[in-house]
Design a protein around this ligand. Structure first.
Ligand code: NAD
Length: 349
């Protein structure tokens, strides 16, 4: 099959297949759209079963970055890179250096950052052979304890702001009167729990990691629930902060919540599930809009900015969501489709 006919190709501007025999690197770099600026997106390392799986993933993810950047009001395009291999056993400094050379050969059209299977340490190794790397140093940070480029505190703050606005829009109530299920208490979910707890929300939590659950129960007075009962819980808000595709055929009819607002990428297993949520009267905060705090953070590290400007930019997620909800109501169209439409207007599809 030609790449141009690939189901996820979607007029990608540039797809580079990278192989370095000496270090064993096999990678794909995809640049989806640079209409608003050079492309930025994480580099993922994953033991893909086939190069076809890797291609599918990188094309889907780089397209997602174009939409995310456009909706976050960034002068930036969408791109992504994947390295094929097991990050726990196959990653070497030589491989990272080789990856840096390939990124460098794109002359800054693709700027790389962290993603699954990659750490700030790996990015610093990549930085030895290219300057087109972001998220390794933080000049401005919302989390005063943090010194590295971890964008999770900004992602969590953006989700908090967006969730609060969604509750106000959908239920006309404050967080202190709101019950919220957080699914996944990792880098983002645990920080989200802290923000919500401070606002007086009643928290319910689930995770596959018992240590994380216990921490949230202790620190944020949360009620632990099992993964099986989570989606049918009688609460106001469901905040997916673990994996993607948790809004699927099995869960969507179980939901009793009025709002879905969380950090996970690709929450809808299929785009048409957005319409089912709308029909059920559930306000869905499109994932790439509400979880854009991290990419906004990375962008601000690359320009002359300040902690205050970064914070205000993240807080603009609230207005973007309200615009989406109003248009969704006016046009009787699902929020995810409205978000896609606004993004396409902005980057010029
Ligand atoms: P993380 O790996 O730190 O945390 C994920 C948490 O989910 C872990 O505690 C894990 O134990 C738990 N988990 C895994 N499978 C689960 C399951 N089946 N049920 C319940 N819990 C489960 O990841 P993160 O950085 O917190 O990111 C969370 C989500 O947000 C991901 O989907 C990620 O792609 C997305 N996201 C993260 C950022 C960021 O800045 N870190 C930015 C945008 C989007």
């Amino acid at each position: 099959m030609s790449i141009f006919e690939h189901s996820e190709f979607d007029n990608h501007e540039h797809v580079a297949f990278c192989r370095d025999k000496r270090s064993g690197l096999s990678a794909i770099i995809a640049i989806h759209n640079t209409g608003l600026g050079v492309s930025l997106g994480g580099c993922r390392m994953w033991p893909y079963k086939s190069s076809e799986d890797a291609l599918h993933d990188v094309l889907r993810l780089s397209k997602g970055m174009t939409y995310k950047a456009a909706m976050a009001g960034l002068k930036q395009g969408g791109g992504k890179a994947v390295i094929i291999g097991d990050p726990s056993t196959e990653k070497t400094p030589e491989m990272m250096a080789a990856m840096g050379k390939f990124i460098d050969s794109l002359s800054g059209n693709y700027i790389s950052a962290e993603d699954s299977g990659m750490t700030v340490i790996d990015l610093k190794l990549i930085e030895k052979t290219t300057s087109y790397v972001a998220g390794t140093h933080a000049k401005y940070h919302l989390d005063n304890n943090s010194t590295d480029g971890n964008p999770a505190p900004s992602t969590a703050y953006g989700v908090f702001v967006g969730l609060k606005a969604s509750v106000d829009y959908a239920l006309g109530q404050e967080l202190k009167d709101t019950s919220i299920l957080i699914e996944g208490l990792g880098q983002v979910g645990m920080r989200l729990a802290a923000h919500l707890y401070k606002s007086g929300a009643k928290l319910y939590v689930t995770d596959i990691n018992q240590v994380n659950i216990e921490k949230a129960v202790q620190a944020y007075d949360a009620v632990a629930v099992t993964i099986e009962e989570a989606h049918s819980l009688n609460v106001d808000v469901y905040a997916p902060c673990a994996l993607g595709a948790t809004l699927n055929e099995n869960t969507i009819n179980e939901l009793k919540v009025r709002v879905v607002a969380g950090a996970a990428n690709n929450q809808l297993e299929k785009e048409e599930f957005g319409e089912i949520l709308m029909t059920k009267g559930i306000i869905y905060a499109p994932d790439y809009v509400i979880n854009a705090g991290g990419v906004i953070d990375i962008y601000h590290q690359s320009i002359v900015s300040s902690k205050q400007k970064l914070k205000e930019h993240i807080e603009a997620i609230e207005q973007t969501l309200i615009e989406i909800y109003r248009r969704s109501k006016a046009e009787s169209k699902a929020t995810n489709l409205i978000a896609n439409k606004i993004a396409e207007e902005r980057f010029g599809k």
